[in-house]
Design a protein around this ligand. Structure first.
Ligand code: AHG
Ligand code: MN
Ligand code: MN
Length: 333
C-alpha cells in the first residue's frame, strides 16, 4: 500500500479543490499534532496519572476530569503560536480565548470539545476530540464571542479524533470525508479510509434509552416502531448501540451506517438536548453531510441553525439519510 501522509493529502486536496490554503493546512496539522499528544496521554492511563476527576466544574456545571483539562491545555498551547488563528473557544472555557499579543494573529477561529466522552475515560472505553473551524468575519478587529456565532454551514473544516483500539482522525474541508490512522511507531497520520460514505439504509440506532420516559411523542414513536421489529410497521429488526462517547458512536455510523440521537426531552423544557451546537453538533453534522448522511435537530438542518450563545445546546438526530428524514418528519405530524 502506498502510504499517503496527512500533509501530502492536504497539499493534494488544495491542488484539486483549492479548499485548503496554507494557513488552514497549518491549522489542521497543528490540531492533528495536538490530538497525537492527547492520544499519547490517554494511552498512558493510570501510569501517566491522567485518570480521575480534577475536582473543578466547567461552565455547563459538569465536573471536569483531569483529561478534560489536560487536553484543553494541549490544544490551546499547540495552536497559540502558529499565526493561523484569531481566537479559540472550548467546552472547557466559559469565554473565548484570544491569541496572546506576543503572537501574530490569523484569520481562523477554532472551536473544540477537547475530550468527548469523559464518562468513559476511567473505564478504558473509546473517547475523542472534536473540532470545528470558522473564518473570522472580515475586519473583525479584536475577537469577540459574536464572531464565533456563525451557522455550521460556514465551517471551513471539521474533524474528530477517536482514541480507541486505534487512534484515528476523521476530517472534512467540504470535499468529502477522509480518515487517517495514527502509525504509533512512526508518529504519523496515514490516510486509510478515502471518501467515506454513510450507507443510506440501516438497521442500527443509538440513543440513551434510560431517558425514554422523558421522550417527546415523535421520538417515542420512532423508537417504538424500531423496537417492534419484523412484525411492526418497519418490517425489520433493529439493533441498538450506545457508547456514550459521541465520537465513537458517530465513527461507527460513518463506517457501517446507523442513526444517532440525543433528543430534547421533557425534563428541562428550556434545555434543547444535551449536546452543544458549536463544538459537538456542528462539526459532526458537517462530517455526516459530507459523507452523504443527514443531521437535524428534529425540525431543522443543524448546519442552518443561527447560534445565539457559544455554549448553546441542541437536539441531535444524525446518520443515515433515510432514518434522519423519517424521525424528522415525525416531528411535523
Ligand atoms: P462530554 O464528555 O464532552 O461532556 O460529552 C459527552 C456527551 C457525548 O459524547 C455522549 O454522546 C453523551 O454525552 C453521553 O450522554 P449520556 O451520559 O446521557 O449517555
Ligand atoms: Mn462532548
Ligand atoms: Mn468534552
Amino acid at each position: 500500500m502506498k502510504r499517503i501522509s496527512l500533509t501530502q493529502h492536504l497539499v493534494e486536496e488544495q491542488r484539486l479543490h483549492n479548499s485548503i490554503p496554507a494557513e488552514l493546512r497549518l491549522l489542521i496539522e497543528v490540531v492533528a499534532r495536538a490530538c497525537k499528544t492527547i492520544s499519547h496521554a490517554v494511552g498512558k492511563g493510570a501510569l501517566g496519572e491522567v485518570l480521575g476527576s480534577a475536582e473543578s466544574e466547567n461552565v455547563q456545571g459538569e465536573v471536569q476530569k483531569k483529561l478534560d483539562i489536560l487536553s484543553n491545555e494541549m490544544l490551546l498551547e499547540a495552536n497559540e503560536w502558529g499565526g493561523h488563528l484569531a481566537a479559540m473557544a472550548s467546552e472547557e472555557m466559559e469565554t473565548i480565548h484570544p491569541i496572546p499579543n506576543r503572537y501574530p494573529k490569523g484569520e481562523y477561529l477554532l472551536l473544540f470539545d477537547p475530550l468527548d466522552g469523559s464518562s468513559n475515560i476511567d473505564v478504558n472505553v473509546s473517547i475523542g476530540t472534536i473540532f470545528s473551524v470558522l473564518k473570522a468575519p472580515e475586519g473583525m478587529g479584536e475577537p469577540t464571542e459574536e464572531a464565533f456565532l456563525q451557522p455550521g454551514a460556514k465551517q471551513v473544516a471539521a474533524g474528530y479524533a477517536v482514541y480507541g483500539p486505534q487512534t484515528v482522525l476523521v476530517l472534512t474541508t467540504g470535499a468529502g470525508v477522509n480518515c487517517f490512522t495514527l502509525d504509533r511507531e512512526m508518529g504519523s497520520w496515514v490516510l486509510t479510509h478515502r471518501d467515506m460514505k454513510i450507507p443510506a439504509e440501516t438497521k442500527e440506532f443509538a440513543i440513551n434509552a434510560s431517558n425514554s420516559r422523558h421522550w417527546h411523542p415523535p421520538v417515542k414513536r420512532y423508537i417504538d416502531e424500531m423496537l417492534a421489529g419484523e412484525t411492526g410497521p418497519r418490517g425489520k429488526n433493529f439493533n441498538m448501540r450506545w457508547i456514550a462517547s459521541m465520537v465513537a458512536d458517530v465513527h461507527r455510523i460513518l463506517n457501517r451506517g446507523g442513526v444517532f440521537m440525543y433528543p430534547a426531552d421533557a425534563r428541562e423544557p428550556e434545555k434543547p438536548g444535551k449536546l452543544r451546537l458549536m463544538y459537538e453538533a456542528n462539526p459532526m453534522a458537517f462530517i455526516v453531510e459530507q459523507a452523504g448522511g443527514a443531521a437535524t435537530n428534529g425540525r431543522q438542518r443543524i448546519l442552518d441553525i443561527q447560534p445565539k450563545k457559544l455554549h448553546e445546546r441542541v437536539a441531535v438526530f444524525l446518520g443515515s439519510r433515510s432514518e434522519v428524514e423519517r424521525v424528522t418528519s415525525y416531528h411535523f405530524e
